[in-house]
Design a protein around this ligand. Structure first.
Ligand SMILES: Cc1cc2nc3c(=O)[nH]c(=O)nc-3n(C[C@H](O)[C@H](O)[C@H](O)COP(=O)(O)OP(=O)(O)OC[C@H]3O[C@@H](n4cnc5c(N)ncnc54)[C@H](O)[C@@H]3O)c2cc1C
Length: 385
């Protein structure tokens, strides 16, 4: 699988770093549902998590293609960036919509790694995908907002200092459009954790450090409102293309890991006196997954090209996410099948990566919602919800 890729030095650096975190490291974390702190610390120290932060705030000022290359290589090496990838895209909301004071106060510390911005609270148990129906409220009294309600699937909250939170500041029946009246806050969880903010971990089929949050009159200084009050939905949406691009890169990395593992095993494993990879029943699903991965990778490059040119590539970013998630899932399936019984054995890492790659059909955006976006916004069909 050799062809030219962008940011070769960044890729080589990440691949070298990942050598210190082999399958046994991830197996142990997975078994104990433990946060991969050492891995995140190594990435932070190397500056990779601050890749997209502008130099004036202590980051590397790299373009999103470099962020994508970092995440792809992490996943291609068999590691998982789910423990820390949010910092790359949540930071963008602060950068684009935050006040000068917020940027000066938080970004340099985020860039140097002394402050973690890993948590992003949008989803709620009752509203789910229907974000504008969320029930979490923020009520202003003087210079303070008080937050009440609940979030679910707020990943990494236990391992983050800051939380980017979406809450309703004007009731839905008092706004002209249901997308109005929502606001974004940068919550410093260190001050409220265990008091007005309760964090409960949720165990999942893979090791993801996800949680549910309960707010009971949680105070947030008005100075921590990000952007304009009532325009939070738009502020969050503006970061969605970046999120889709970065997550697609992770899926591409996963697909490459599965394809490399499967083709190597198919060539090495001999049954009936010949390599199993000599059978087309084994070859074809791997070759098909490879073709899906390459197509997804091309779409991802197109989304990145448009994004870096200053465009708003909603269609391409969504297509890349859809195709990349499907490619990684096809590659995962082919890899398990190729490994036969060993595909289920912990020490081969295939079953772990299989569980991990299933997530991308659902989060951060489900395949159905992307199809519905394409049907409505690209193909001009009637809105379905
Ligand atoms: C491990 C994990 C980590 C996550 N991390 C975060 C996080 O850090 N922050 C955060 O805010 N959220 C996070 N999420 C939430 C994630 O974004 C949601 O799970 C996802 O958006 C789907 O929402 P839901 O689970 O409420 O499903 P629902 O909205 O209940 O939907 C259930 C199913 O119905 C489908 N569906 C719903 N409406 C329609 C429709 N109109 N047309 C067709 N199909 C439809 C959906 O596609 C889905 O398949 C995480 C989720 C998981 C599982």
């Amino acid at each position: 699988m050799t062809y030219e890729l962008d940011h070769p030095e960044v890729r080589e650096g990440v691949a070298r770093l990942c050598l210190d975190f082999p399958g046994t490291y991830w197996q142990k974390c997975d078994r104990e549902q433990a946060y991969p702190s050492e891995f995140v610390a190594a990435l932070t120290q190397a500056g990779y998590l601050a890749a997209l932060v502008p130099e004036e705030f202590g980051g590397l000022s790299l373009p999103i293609s470099a962020g994508a290359a970092i995440l792809e290589e992490i996943h291609r090496a068999g590691c998982n960036a789910g423990a820390c990838h949010a910092q790359m895209y949540t930071m963008g909301t602060v950068l684009r919509h935050g006040s000068e004071d917020q940027k000066q106060r938080y970004l340099p510390q985020i860039a140097e790694g002394s402050l973690r911005l890993q948590a992003f609270g949008v989803t709620e148990p009752t509203s789910g995908t229907d974000t504008t129906a969320l029930k979490c409220t923020a009520r202003r009294e003087g210079d303070t907002y008080f937050v009440n309600g609940q979030k679910i699937w707020t990943s990494r909250a236990e391992y983050s200092d800051l939380l980017l939170l979406l809450a309703r500041t004007t009731p839905r029946d008092q706004v002209a459009k249901k997308t109005d009246g929502l606001s974004v806050f940068l919550v410093d969880m260190r001050e409220v954790r265990g008091k007005s903010l309760i964090i409960r971990p949720i165990r999942t089929m893979m090791n993801h450090a996800t949680t549910e949050l309960f707010f009971d009159d949680m105070p947030v200084p008005a100075a921590n409102l990000v952007g304009e009050e009532g325009k939070g939905f738009r502020h969050i949406l503006s970061g969605m293309n970046a999120e889709r691009i970065l997550v697609s890169a992770e899926c591409i990395g996963d697909a490459k890991w599965f394809i490399e593992r499967a083709s190597r095993y198919a060539s090495d494993r001999a049954v009936f006196g010949r390599p199993i990879g000599q059978n087309q029943g084994i070859q074809f699903p791997i070759a098909r997954a490879y073709s899906q991965m390459r197509a997804a990778e091309l779409m991802l490059r197109e989304a990145i090209r448009l994004y870096e040119a200053g465009g708003n590539p909603g269609q391409e970013a969504n297509l890349a996410k859809l195709l990349a998630a499907d490619a990684s899932w096809a590659a995962a399936e082919a890899c398990v099948q190729t490994h036969g019984g060993f595909g289920f054995a912990e020490e081969y890492d295939v079953e772990r990566k299989f569980r991990e790659s299933r997530l991308y059909q659902v989060a951060p955006i489900s395949t159905n919602l992307i199809l519905s976006y394409l049907a409505e916004h690209v193909l001009d069909m009637p809105r379905s919800y």
